[in-house]
Design a protein. Structure first.
Length: 165
């Protein structure tokens, strides 16, 4: 079974664009159900980023807690060193490496490396030395990285309206 770990931008763009809480609650319910089955989760550092918003998404994330937003465990800690060494050895500008090592992306990539999960993000690879993108790290470390839409299709998610009578 594949476990998908979601980047902060998946939640933020869902809330702001395609799956707003007010008109597509089924998306959010689907995430909770899939989390209960062990298929979908994220990490504590992503929850920390979402907490900065102080909005409905912040409340939703806080209500999910550590069952959805996983804390780093003993397996993740050695992976941090592997990801750090990769980032430092790829020719990125020092500021890009320093920033990467301070944000949730670093922890997300490390968690996926440690647990052989799949990252779900809206980011796409970029040929820039100024910012380390999650997909570039995944390519460099041979990790799986897909878009939220690919995850929804793979898992056959359906958000179907009830019969109107």
């Amino acid at each position: 079974m594949t476990r998908y770990l979601l980047d902060a931008n998946v939640f933020i763009q869902a809330k702001n664009l395609h799956y707003g809480f007010d008109f597509c609650p089924a998306f959010w319910e689907w995430l909770v159900v899939q989390n209960g089955g062990g298929t979908v989760a994220s990490i504590e550092k992503v929850a920390d980023e979402l907490a900065a918003g102080e909005d409905e998404l912040t409340s939703w994330a806080k209500d999910r807690g550590p069952a959805f937003f996983l804390p780093a465990d003993d397996v993740v800690l050695p992976a941090l060193g592997t990801v750090s060494a990769w980032a430092s050895g790829q020719g990125y500008e020092p500021a890009a490496v320093a920033t990467f090592l301070q944000v949730a992306d670093y922890w997300l990539v490390s968690h996926v490396l440690a647990h052989e999960n799949t990252i779900v993000t809206h980011e796409v690879p970029a040929n820039s030395t100024r910012k380390i993108k999650i997909p570039n790290a995944c390519i460099g470390l041979a990790l799986h990285c897909i878009s939220p839409y690919e995850m929804l299709r793979r898992e056959r998610a359906e958000f179907v309206l009830g019969r109107q009578e």
